[in-house]
Structure formats: structure tokens, C-alpha cells
Design a protein around this ligand. Sequence first.
Ligand code: ADP
Ligand code: MG
Length: 356
Amino acid sequence: MPGINKKRMSQEKGSDLSDLGEFGLIEHLAGNVVIHHSETIKGIGDDAAVIAASDLQTVVTTDLLLEGIHFDLTYTPLRHLGYKAVVVNLSDIYAMNATPKQITVSIGLSSKFSLQAIDELYEGINAACEHYNVDLVGGDTTTSLTGLTICITAIGTCSPEKVVYRNGAKPNQLICVTGDLGAAYMGLQLLEREKLVFAGNPNIQPDLSGFDYLLQRQLKPEARKEIIEFLNQLNVIPTSMIDVSDGLSSELMHLCKQSGTGCRIYEDKIPLDPTTISLGDEMNFNPLMAALNGGEDYELLFTISLSDYEKFQGDYPHTIYMIGHMTDAEKGCALITNAGQEIKLTSQGWANFKPA
Ligand code: ADP
Ligand code: MG
């Protein structure tokens, strides 16, 4: 896993983008694109992409990422950034129970970026397209005065009866979450800590050993494609679903608010990776807070009806945890701690985490 290095901090010098020009750059980028879907009639190269319509519904989502706000190039390799920028969009498509098919990628570039830097970014973008079987069909390229901007739009499809919204949960239904939570947030704390150490003394090598998993969760997350496929195999359509980009607490509150329910989740059921716990110990930070109020986990949070519960019995290769249940709205949203205390969930960060 990469750490911080001086070369990255000053952006590597390479071929000047102005020699190539916008059209030359687009042509160069288009040369590496592979089309996977027959519905993609026209990709890069015309005024607009053309996608064949079908009986399925179309699902569209966009994310805008700004340097200095959403990513820090002092410790984020461009290849990872390109990969992650695609993944965060696909995660939103999966959270609708849909299949992503195409993306567009728009970039704003300042003069500090070389052709090699853009190639690295697109290596990550293309790797994600390959891994998730999506087609890069267009975008826009422009100059920027303030560093790098990446805007990705993802387009997917879903049969009408399978689309899952945030508003379908009912009281008593079970709340499920995939994977583990809080690791990406702890990875970010680690990178920020080492960045400060590095700023103080550039001769000190960052100490990131033993925390590869946390760095991977922060720098190169994955979207839960296989969970959507697995739910489909089980014949389970969640009653509501959202991807966990802002922490479990606020995502659960979105489901509850839109569904008109309350909820109870249980501290001992919340999945935490052992490295999240050990870095939490080292940094004196409660890993439960990272899970509730961290972010960027890109796991799926969903509810299922009680009649689907038995479909989750037995062995299966995926990590799906039942962490609680929906209630009537009047009961509000709360976590039951291991000591049996009821704590009201908030979506405003851990400082506001007060007993009910
Ligand atoms: P226009 O002038 O109509 O905006 P462009 O010259 O910007 O056209 O784009 C030409 C083609 O290249 C279009 O298919 C567009 O979608 C594609 N394209 C432009 N920039 C990018 C990019 N950064 N990544 C992928 N495709 C791009
Ligand atoms: Mg354009």
C-alpha cells in the first residue's frame, strides 16, 4: 500500500498537456476504452453517447469530487483516485438494486498535471470499468485554476419490480448491513496523522505498517456488486436500501425518515474489523464512533421483511449482518449498547452523541 512520498507531494513532471491539446488528450484517452455492452451504440467520439433503450428502467447518478475537499493528492495515488471515483458512483447504482452499465467522466485539470498523471488517473478508471463491467462512454475535459475536479455520472438498469428505494421499510422488518464499518474512516485518520508527521519532518518515513486493510478501505474501496447478485439469487428484494457513504447512523436515519419508521440497532451486532479496533485503541478513538459517524465504507444497508429471514440461514460466501429492526416512528432511532443503555442516533458527528 502506498504512503506519502515527496514525488507525489509535488506532482511528478512529465509530458506537458498543452503539447497534446484537448482533442489530442481525448483521442489518447479514448484509445484505451473497452466497450462491454451491446446497448452502448456509440461511446466517445461524437456530440453525445447513444444507448439503446430496453424494457428495463434507467437509473442515473452523479458525484462531483474536488481536490482539497474530497481527496488529498499528498497521499492519494491518482490510479486509486480514478478507481475510487468510479466505485462511489457504482455503489449508488447498486444501492437501487440496479446494474451499472455506462459511465461518463468529466475532469477539470490545472497546469500541474502531466499526461502521465492523467494516464494514471484513467488507468484506475479503466480498471474499475473492467472490474464492474461498465462502459466509459463520454465526458468533458476542461482546464481548472484550482487543482483537480472529477465528475462521474453512472447509468444503470433495473427491472421495474426490483428497484429498491429508501422509503419502503416497515416496522419490525430486519436491518442488515454488509462487510464491516468504520475502516475507511480509520484509514483516513491514519493517513492524516502520517501527513502531519511528514510535514513536521520530511525525513521521517510514514509508519503505516499493519494497517494495510484500513488504507485499502480508504484509498481503494469496492462497491458491493456481489451482494446485489446474491440477493437476486436468493430471490430477496430488500424493502429499502442505501449505500453507507456517510456513516451508519445518518444512513439509517435516511431510511427511517423516508420510510416513516424508527429503529433499534445493537452495539454488539455492528461489524467492525479487528484492525479498526486496534487502530482505535492506538489512537484513543472509539471504533463504534467510526462505524456510526465515519464514512466512505460503501457497504450496503438494507431492510428485509421477516418472511425473508430464513433465506439467510445456512452458509453463504457473503458477509451480511442483521444489526437490528425497524420500529414505529414514535420510538425514534436508537442504538442499544452492550450495557443495555439506549442511545439516540444522530447524523451530526460524534460530538453530538448523547444519551437519550
Ligand atoms: P463537445 O465539444 O461536444 O463537448 P468534446 O470535444 O468535449 O465535445 O468531446 C468529444 C468526445 O469525447 C465526446 O464523446 C465526449 O463525451 C468525449 N470526452 C470528452 N472528454 C472526455 C473525458 N475526460 N473522458 C471521456 N470522454 C471524454
Ligand atoms: Mg466538451
